[in-house]
Design a protein around this ligand. Structure first.
Ligand code: FES
Length: 270
């Protein structure tokens, strides 16, 4: 029998234990998965609906109960199908987890900024580290994600909405700057729209602290083979060297905050 080096990359079929409607456009899927010590916040899995496959960040990493979760926002046929049609008891395929997550062990005080469904990447940090303060931002109150989860866990987050319907009125980067002026944070971490992430990098430069940001690029293999997710002009693969990059890496990315590539490899400007 010939062993293929990618045998381990065959999707594991799991049965969804629970689904949670987070907002009118965002839904979480919880499923059993053995949480080994090498699984960290910021990593992602490839989710297969038996028709197509997409990368999704880990929004739940529950070591105690061996549960994992992903959180999707309706943004196209794949995620619309998941939101509308996939429920507890249904099966999905999972490959991974893959990629490089957040590394916060050496920091004393972390400011984490999540925009929209980007909060999914950051929420698991709260169960791994006790030095994280979290900004959760959305356009309006109804689109804030994990409100109930944070309340159930007794976690105070700094809410922020563009229209002022909940918490700070304005952009997450404005609130982040207010907090940076008075807090003694030694790193900013973030995940969300790239324009937000780019501003967070600039804030980390202004306040001379470290930074780790999760980037989002179109992925195909998720394994570092196809080259689809390479970033100009370092060639870093978001699926291997990322999705979380540190400040030194981010400052080398000429396309960061300016453009990305679609499925065909064509440039799409921000
Ligand atoms: S998705 Fe194929 S190299 Fe990253």
């Amino acid at each position: 029998m010939i062993n293929n080096v990618y045998d381990d990359e065959v999707p594991k079929v799991v049965t969804i234990k629970e689904t949670i409607i987070e907002t009118p456009t965002v839904k979480t899927f919880v499923f059993p998965f053995e949480i080994t010590d090498d699984i960290h916040p910021g990593q992602f899995v490839m989710v297969w609906d038996f028709s197509n496959e997409k990368p999704m960040t880990l929004s739940i990493i529950d070591r105690e109960n061996n549960l994992m979760g992903v959180t999707v926002r309706k943004a196209g046929p794949f995620t619309e199908n998941m939101y509308e049609n996939i429920e507890a008891g249904d099966k999905i395929g999972i490959r991974g987890p893959y990629g490089h997550g957040y590394e916060l062990g050496k920091y004393k005080k972390v400011l984490a900024v999540g925009g929209g469904s980007g909060i999914a990447s950051l929420a698991p940090l709260l169960s791994f580290y006790d030095n994280v303060e979290l900004i959760s931002a959305a356009s309006t109150k109804d689109e804030l994600v994990f409100v109930e989860r944070f309340a159930n866990d007794g976690i105070k987050v700094h809410e922020c909405t563009d229209d002022g319907t909940c918490g700070f009125e304005g952009f997450s980067t404005q609130l982040a700057e207010e907090m940076l002026k008075t807090g003694d944070y030694d790193i900013i971490v973030g995940c969300g729209p790239e324009i937000m992430s780019y501003k967070l990098l600039k804030l980390s430069e202004k306040y001379d602290i470290d930074c780790q940001l999760a980037l989002d690029r179109y992925m195909k293999c998720g394994l570092g083979i196809c080259g689809q997710c390479c970033i100009d002009d370092t060639g870093y693969r978001v699926c291997v060297e990322g999705p979380v990059f540190d400040k030194k890496q981010l400052e080398q990315l000429s396309e960061f905050g300016k453009y990305r590539r679609d499925a065909s490899g064509s440039i799409v400007k921000y």
